[in-house]
Design a protein around this ligand. Structure first.
Ligand code: SF4
Length: 153
C-alpha cells in the first residue's frame, strides 16, 4: 500500500498553522486514505523549528520573510528538507499539500507584498519535493490524486 505525504493542517488533529488553527480536509477520498493509514503528515514550518502561532511569512524571491522583514528562510528550508526526507523514507506515491502556503503551495502562493494578492508559484517544501521527483497535489486535486493512486497501488 503506497503512502501519501500530507500537510499536517489538512490531516487535522494538531493546530499547526501560523494563525494557530488547522483546516482539516473533508474530501471523502482523503478521509478514506487517512483511515487506511496511508498518510504521513508533516507541518514543515513546525518541523523547521517555528512556533505556533507564528508571524505570517511569504516568499520574496528566493527568501521567506515575515511582514516586518525578518528572514525565516533557514527554518522554512529545514522543514522542507525534513519533508523530503520523510517522502523518501516512506517512498510516498505523491504528496497532498495545502495550496497557497509559502511552504506547501504547489500552484500559487501569496505574492510577497502582504497585501492579500496571490500569484503562480510554489512554496519551499513543494519546490524541494518536486525537485526530488515527487508529484505534489493541492487539496483541490483529489480527482488526479485518486487516478494516480489507482494506477500505482
Ligand atoms: S506549513 Fe504546510 S502543513 Fe504547516 S500549517 Fe502551513 S500549510 Fe499547513
Amino acid at each position: 500500500m503506497r503512502k501519501i505525504l500530507v500537510s499536517q493542517c489538512l490531516y487535522g488533529g494538531r493546530a499547526v498553522r501560523y494563525d494557530g488553527a488547522d483546516i482539516p480536509a473533508t474530501d471523502p477520498r482523503f478521509l478514506r486514505w487517512k483511515e487506511e493509514g496511508r498518510m504521513v503528515p508533516i507541518c514543515p514550518e513546525v518541523s523547521g523549528g517555528l512556533p505556533t502561532p507564528r508571524p505570517e511569512a511569504q516568499r520574496v524571491g528566493e527568501r521567506v520573510l515575515t511582514k516586518d522583514g525578518k528572514d525565516v528562510t533557514r527554518a522554512y528550508a529545514a522543514g522542507a528538507a525534513e519533508a523530503r526526507r520523510l517522502a523518501r523514507e516512506h517512498a510516498v506515491a505523491f504528496a497532498i499539500l495545502k495550496q497557497g502556503s509559502p511552504s506547501c503551495g504547489s500552484k500559487y502562493i501569496h505574492d510577497g507584498t502582504f497585501g492579500g494578492a496571490k500569484k503562480e508559484g510554489r512554496g519551499l517544501t513543494a519546490e524541494y519535493l518536486q525537485e526530488a521527483g515527487f508529484i505534489v497535489f493541492g487539496e483541490e486535486d483529489m480527482d488526479e490524486a485518486e487516478r494516480l493512486l489507482a494506477a500505482l497501488d
